[in-house]
Design a protein around this ligand. Structure first.
Ligand code: O7M
Length: 221
């Protein structure tokens, strides 16, 4: 995945036409489009190929099963045209290895969730997050998912993985995180959903966040 705008669109709408219209409006401001259960359950797996016309697609299924089932899920996701899959780290090394093995057969990427961005993410996941980050590093994942709502945690995770893993960070806007803060903390990409797809003009909303990120990268904050 190329890093240009440093922004990933979380396209959690449930209507196919709306999803395609938003993708058409904002593709120039995002490096990838993340789709998950809401859009895929509503419209079918075929939406991945349709969206891939605009940008690389990350399939956010937060895969969390035994190795064999993980392998079967990831196989379907890559066959459907996704460039990357998001999996949970808490299921352990063998489950993660199964995802990474199948991803490498397709030359695709795996992102591992270390700690989630909502308040409940601090309950059970935060105490395990640093160990999950180390495991993802050893297993050869492409990246981690770390919370934009807690930039200090992104900083900590960045310290652990150095420049060997990418970090994508959800929680900007609707959940209270600020794009420039989390980029400054060491995230490679921010993930933004509602602040773009619920805006009166998704294009203008995406442009504004993209500009904020570029200003941060130029050291203007
Ligand atoms: O910007 P939002 O809050 O509307 O959307 C954020 C998106 O990121 C939404 O698709 C969530 O499911 C996802 N997400 C989180 O918000 N927090 C997490 O900790 C992890 C994810 C995620 O993408 O996991 C892979």
């Amino acid at each position: 995945m190329e890093r240009n705008t440093c922004m990933i669109l979380a396209l959690d709408v449930t209507d196919r036409e709306e999803a395609l219209k938003i993708a058409e409006d904002v593709w120039e401001f995002v490096d990838a489009i993340k789709v998950g259960y809401p859009l895929i359950l509503a419209t079918g797996l075929g939406i991945i190929r349709e969206l891939a016309e605009f940008a690389p697609v990350i399939a956010d299924f937060k895969v969390a099963d035994i190795p064999n089932t993980n392998r079967l899920i990831c196989d379907q996701v890559f066959e459907a045209g996704a460039d990357a899959v998001i999996v949970q780290g808490f299921t352990g090394r063998d489950s993660l290895d199964a995802c990474i093995d199948i991803a490498s057969e397709y030359s695709r990427d795996v992102f591992v969730v270390s700690e989630m961005s909502h308040p409940g993410g601090a309950e059970f996941m935060q105490p395990a997050a640093e160990a999950i980050a180390r495991m993802a590093l050893e297993a050869g994942a492409f990246g981690l998912v770390a919370p934009a709502t807690r930039p200090e945690r992104v900083k900590k995770i960045r310290k652990i993985v150095g420049d060997k893993l990418t970090i994508i960070s959800p929680g900007v806007g609707a959940q209270g995180g600020r794009a420039s803060d989390v980029i400054a903390a060491g995230a490679d990409w921010v993930i933004v959903g509602r602040s773009i797809y619920r805006a009166e003009s998704p294009k203008e909303a995406a442009r504004k966040i993209a500009e904020e990120i570029q200003a941060e990268l130029r050291g203007e904050y």
